[in-house]
Design a protein around this ligand. Structure first.
Ligand SMILES: C[S@@+](CC[C@H](N)C(=O)[O-])C[C@H]1O[C@@H](n2cnc3c(N)ncnc32)[C@H](O)[C@@H]1O
Length: 245
């Protein structure tokens, strides 16, 4: 048995465990030559270098447009399409997988997009340490890893604690948009979201909405559809806190 673990107070042990439960497994994916060039040459311009202080988004983007964060953008297909379709917004994409970051950088260059920045980091840490409260107009999380096995449910990114963190970072009136093709995860999302009263479900049925026009199709969505999965979109509004109305 790990001696450190046996001497540790239970609270500390719990905190250490919580930090090691992550919503992803970093696999050594192949980085192509083009992606490598993008990571070397374009990341210094469009990437957020690792750091500790809060980010001033108006300085990062060079304007005061509202900022939407996309978490776990994969290959970035939805990110660049949304950024191109919504030039009045700034997009910050957060993804841990370097080949995906390289692909999005290449798309930013190809489409000359000035309203996208990328953080190659765990989004939970990034939000907690680099993003000020009420700094975001919205957060979009499309097809997060479903972690289907029961013993892995704790790895799902949508958890009450994470949603409370999102509620602090999204300003009143801002939107949280989730999508999944894994029906049990959609139900799990509904349940978790119900436990955080700062978010109001915008569905007329209190459950899912018709896919909003701003969400482009993604690679994982197409994969799910090939497998016959039905896609669920969930949209929530961050309600004003007492005194903010
Ligand atoms: C199933 S893929 C979906 C990718 C993309 N949104 C799509 O629909 O094609 C989930 C992605 O989330 C990323 N991811 C998971 N947890 C993350 C975290 N805590 N921070 C940043 N990215 C994360 C993974 O690396 C992976 O690329």
């Amino acid at each position: 048995m790990d001696k450190r673990a046996s001497r540790e107070p239970p609270d500390q042990k719990k905190a250490r465990h919580a930090r090691t439960v992550r919503s992803y497994v970093l696999r050594a994916g192949r980085v192509t030559e083009g992606q490598k060039r993008a990571l070397d040459e374009l990341f210094p311009r469009y990437g957020v270098e690792p750091g500790t202080g809060l980010i001033e988004f108006s300085i990062l983007f060079g304007n005061g447009h509202p900022v939407v964060m996309e978490i776990g953008f994969g290959n970035g297909e939805a990110t660049w399409r949304m950024a191109r379709a919504e030039p009045e917004r700034n997009f910050i994409g957060v993804e841990v997988h370097p080949p995906g970051v390289g692909r999005l950088l290449l798309k930013i260059e190809e489409h000359s997009l000035e309203n996208v920045r990328i953080a190659c980091q765990d989004a939970v840490e990034f939000l907690g340490t680099r993003v000020a409260d009420d700094a975001l107009e919205g957060v979009r999380i499309y097809f997060p890893d479903p972690w289907p096995k029961k013993r892995h449910h704790k790895r799902r990114i949508i958890q009450p604690e994470f949603v409370r963190l999102l509620s602090a970072k999204i300003k009143a009136g801002g939107l949280l948009h989730l999508a999944t093709d894994w029906a049990p995860y959609a139900e799990f999302m509904l349940e978790v979201m119900q436990s955080v009263p700062e978010f109001e479900n915008l569905s007329p049925t209190g459950q899912y909405v018709v896919r909003p026009g701003w969400r482009p199709p993604t690679k994982y969505e197409r994969r799910g559809e090939r497998l016959g999965h039905k896609v669920a979109d969930l949209v929530y509004r961050r309600t004003p806190q007492a005194g903010q109305e």
